[in-house]
Structures are given as structure tokens and as C-alpha cells.
Design a protein around this ligand. Structure first.
Ligand SMILES: Cc1cc2nc3c(=O)[nH]c(=O)nc-3n(C[C@H](O)[C@H](O)[C@H](O)COP(=O)(O)OP(=O)(O)OC[C@H]3O[C@@H](n4cnc5c(N)ncnc54)[C@H](O)[C@@H]3O)c2cc1C
Length: 378
């Protein structure tokens, strides 16, 4: 299998015209491509998929990878076979700018691609607190970069790591990092409560687990500034770690703002019920990048948008009727505890019983590995 850590292997050689451009190999595009492949559907000739790397990482397995429970090859989908199956030409690169009026994308190497139909699934990045660069800051995404950093820490463990963020990703991440770096001190600093919006019982079990693993959790502590090696919350110094890991949620990628596509107040790309841009109907947007009423920014929602996106892109290309995407009112969350176990929440309900955790962890692994298997093409 090709190495998932390889990035920018080859670049687009020429400026291109494409009937369909799929920008980013996020969760939604993986599902859409799989749906087309299963139905034997092909995209129009000269259509392209743009990806910075050869593989698409599956976020649900990242904490397990860091905790040493998976190999890197198990956590990422090789894009070439999937792209080949649906007739997409794979272009290695990163979109750095877009002009929706001219239907044009510019890549970071300055090459440009003109499209007739565009689908954007380039995700988000964690918001970065104001800082003077005095403490190394490592965003949890892109995963390939974070994983490489992690391998260096394994060789030379930092004295103290602060993880910023209080949602499921931050909780799983701090447990996973601590699992493999027992000599490093860990703190989880949450702007609000720990696991906001989750059932109280689950929040309590999560807090107890952090205590058990000797990870200090500081809830309701918004880090307003990082300067002179210290983390400030308002006028108070709360930590002076060697490294800050960001799992602070989702912020839009910088180029969304100047793309010409309509955005919401935060800068995410506004779509209608069919996942079409509200001001450029030949542009579809899915996953974290889109601002869609009723959807949350998580892998679960990105995955569920896949079949609708698959249908709608093909329907738009063939002048057929589009379908509305109906987000599910609640989702199942299985939070990995680094030791092979997991905690569960579904709406107002949760299961955090110690005896059941290994079973929940086993279930989570089956679901995650199943996702990768379904998207692999030989
Ligand atoms: C550690 C961690 C664990 C998580 N665990 C879970 C979980 O268990 N369950 C869950 O529901 N959610 C989880 N999430 C949230 C989840 O990762 C995101 O909500 C989800 O990945 C969004 O999917 P997406 O389809 O929008 O894009 P992504 O999956 O983020 O993929 C975007 C893709 O676009 C590519 N890309 C980025 N910029 C560009 C560009 N400029 N040009 C071209 N390509 C680009 C990237 O390389 C990437 O392949 C986790 C997040 C983190 C940080």
C-alpha cells in the first residue's frame, strides 16, 4: 500500500478546464465516490479530484492511531483506486484561492483549474488563539502533519502538553496522547464545560476518567492569549506548557472568505437544502466547510451528506431533479478512551458503565474499520 504520509507527490502540470472538480477528499467526497463506484457511474471525462495527499484520513480513528491501537495504513483510504473507479483524475495540490464568478480555482503552486461544476469538501481547521509564537502550537489537523509531530514526541517526550478544546475530539485526543506519553504532564483546557451538550452522566464519567489518568481538566477557561511562554485566560496565567495542541473545533479555511461564495457570519459557505451554494448553484459544498441548517460540524454529518451529494452532483450534470438533504436530529457518539474502551451517547442517553466500556470500544472499532474497508478499492 502507498504511504498515507506522503504529501504533494506530484503536482498538477498544466492549467486545466474540467467539467467537474471535486475539491478535497473529505468524508463526504469519499462516500459520494463510493456511491458512484457501487452503481458503476462515471464522472464526465477530464473531471478532477484535488487532494493535498495520496490518502484521505478517517478522523474517527486518529485517537486510536495515536494510542497505538491501529497502524497508519488502517486509518486512511488510498484515493487513487477510488478516483480511478469513477473516472476522476487525481490532482495533488491544495486550493488556495477561488473566484466563483469566473468559475476558477487557484492551487497553492499557482496553477489554476476552471470548472463547470464544483464540489467543495475541504473541511475546516481548528481556531488558533492569539499568540506571539513563544509556545509551539500544533493543530490536530491536518492529521498527516500532526501524526508526524506525534512521532517526534514519542522519541523526545515534552515535559508538559496542554490540549485546548473541550469537545469529543479534544477529550479523545488528550487520553490518547497521555496513553503513550506517561512521563509527560497533561492538561485539558476547555473554553466551556467538558463535553458541552452531552448528557450530564457522560460528562461526569469523562471528568472522572481524566482524573483517574492524572490529566488535569480546566473547564470554563477561555485562553485569550499565548505570550511569553504562558497561556492567559483574561488577566490570569493558567499554564506554561512546552506544547499546545489545538482541538478547538472548526474554523473556516481562509480562502472561503474571498471565494465569492455566500458565507455565514463565521465564514462558512452557505448552502441550501440540496447542498448547493446559495449564490452559485453550480457549486456544491459539504462537510465542515458548509453552513447548513440542522447540520453539525462532525464526521458523522459529513458522512451522512455523502449519498445526497452523490445524487445531486450527477443529477445537476445531467439536468435531473436534485434531492434535499435531511440531517438526522441526533447522532450516536462513541468516545474512545485509549485503552480499547469507549463511552456512548445518543441524544439525552449515555452509557459510561466501566464494565460495558470494552464492548462499546469493540463496537466503535468495528464501525470505524468497516468505514475504511467500504471505501477501499484494490
Ligand atoms: C482528533 C479528531 C477526532 C475526531 N473524531 C471524530 C469522530 O470520532 N466522529 C466525528 O463525527 N467527528 C470527529 N471529528 C471531527 C471530524 O474530523 C470533522 O468534522 C470531519 O472530518 C469533517 O469532514 P469533512 O468531510 O468536512 O472534511 P475532512 O474529513 O476534514 O477532510 C477535508 C479534506 O480536504 C483536504 N483539504 C484541506 N484543505 C484543502 C485545500 N485547500 N485544497 C484541497 N484539499 C484540501 C484535507 O486534506 C482533507 O483530506 C474529529 C476531529 C478531530 C480533530
Amino acid at each position: 500500500m502507498a504511504n498515507p504520509l506522503a504529501v504533494n507527490v506530484t503536482q498538477a502540470q498544466h492549467n486545466m478546464d474540467a467539467p467537474l472538480v471535486m475539491a478535497g477528499a473529505g468524508h463526504t467526497h469519499l462516500v459520494a465516490m463510493r456511491c458512484w463506484a457501487e452503481k458503476g457511474l462515471k464522472v464526465p471525462e477530464n473531471s478532477v479530484l484535488i487532494s493535498p495527499g495520496t490518502h484521505a484520513w478517517y478522523s474517527g480513528m486518529m485517537p486510536g492511531l495515536l494510542a497505538g491501537r491501529f497502524h497508519v495504513e488502517q486509518c486512511a483510504v488510498d484515493l487513487r483506486p477510488l478516483a480511478d473507479a469513477v473516472g476522476l483524475h487525481l490532482v495533488y495540490g491544495e486550493v488556495s484561492a477561488m473566484n466563483a464568478d469566473n468559475q476558477k480555482l487557484v492551487l497553492s503552486n499557482n496553477q489554476s483549474i476552471t470548472y463547470q461544476v464544483l464540489s467543495i469538501n475541504t473541511g475546516s481547521e481548528p481556531p488558533v488563539p492569539k499568540n506571539d509564537g513563544s509556545v509551539p502550537i500544533e493543530p490536530a489537523k491536518p492529521f498527516a502533519n500532526f501524526f508526524q509531530r506525534w512521532q517526534l514526541w514519542r522519541q523526545q517526550p515534552p515535559g508538559e502538553i496542554v490540549v485546548l478544546g473541550g469537545g469529543p475530539a479534544a477529550f479523545e485526543l488528550v487520553l490518547a496522547l497521555q496513553w503513550k506519553l506517561p512521563t509527560t504532564g497533561f492538561r485539558l483546557i476547555c473554553a466551556e464545560e467538558l463535553l458541552p451538550g452531552q448528557p450530564v452522566e457522560l460528562q461526569r464519567a469523562a471528568a472522572a476518567l481524566l482524573r483517574e489518568r492524572e490529566i488535569e481538566c480546566l473547564p470554563d477557561t477561555f485562553i485569550s492569549n499565548i505570550r511569553d511562554g504562558q497561556l492567559w485566560s483574561g488577566g490570569k496565567i493558567v499554564a506554561h506548557p512546552d506544547v499546545v495542541v489545538l482541538a478547538t473545533g472548526a474554523a473556516p479555511l481562509p480562502w472561503y472568505a474571498c471565494s465569492g461564495l455566500a458565507t455565514d457570519k463565521r465564514g462558512f459557505l452557505r448552502v441550501d437544502a440540496c447542498l448547493q451554494s446559495v449564490n452559485h448553484p453550480q457549486v456544491f459544498i459539504s462537510g465542515d466547510a458548509c453552513s447548513h441548517k440542522g447540520s453539525q460540524r462532525s464526521g458523522v454529518y459529513a458522512v451522512r451528506q455523502g449519498p445526497t451529494l452523490a445524487h445531486n452532483v450527477m443529477a445537476f450534470l445531467n439536468d435531473r431533479r436534485l434531492r434535499k438533504y435531511q440531517p438526522q436530529p441526533r447522532t450516536l457518539a462513541l468516545l474512545a478512551t485509549a485503552d480499547g474502551g469507549a463511552l456512548l451517547s445518543y441524544g439525552k442517553h449515555s452509557i459510561s458503565n466501566t464494565a460495558l466500556r470494552p464492548l462499546l470500544g469493540f463496537w466503535k472499532d468495528r464501525l470505524d474499520l468497516g468505514f475504511i474497508l467500504r471505501h477501499e478499492r484494490k
